[in-house]
Design a protein around this ligand. Sequence first.
Ligand code: URA
Length: 242
Amino acid sequence: MQAVSVQESESAAERREALKEVFAQARGCVRCPELAATRKTVVFGAGNADADLMFVGEAPGASEDEQGVPFVGAAGKLLEKLLVEIGMARSEVFICNVLKCRPPGNRDPQPVEIDNCQEYLHRQVELIQPNVICTLGNFSTKLLRGDPTGITRLHGQPEVLTLGRRAVRLYPIFHPAAALYTPRMLETLREDFTRLPELLALGAPEQPDSAEMPEVLPEAASEVAQVAAEEQGSEIDQLGLF
Ligand code: URA
């Protein structure tokens, strides 16, 4: 992937344009041959490209793969409901997943797929510059914390984490799909959700000194197909995903 360096001073409009470029690259991605061969769409993410709050789920399911939008099924409806309950709208936040392609049969993401795809997530964090990242379930929590500790132990406990050049408040919560049919888990998820407004009110955590920070993204020896930009670039505006 062509890594475009991002200054804190870049405007939201400039960062949004850069995000669209990353989307165009992701749409032609063939890093995971099985996923590239079986997906209908690349589900990059949707919402406010300058959001303070970002949600990271696991991977698109069948409905998401059809529509190209994350969290449009039952779990997404629950996520939206919980947002409304804390006075927020889906359009205010940015929602994406660890994997941008649907694993066939909704199987778990494989480690190599997570590894292949993580650059897109890191670019999204770098460009959207959220203050709070809410990880939904185990996959995104483990990936962004770089640690195998599970969601049952970590949910509801915010921590400041540096991802690339950006310090964020990471807030792990249960995945809404897990809470759909388990009332006690739903209760816990709802309780954890109620703490989101106070976390957001804290604003951005203190940012690291940029001079001391490593390059955010490896200059990837990329096998990402650039054809996406040519073939589908004109559709990106029409999609209006962010
Ligand atoms: N579950 C996820 O993790 N992501 C989606 O987009 C939908 C369901």
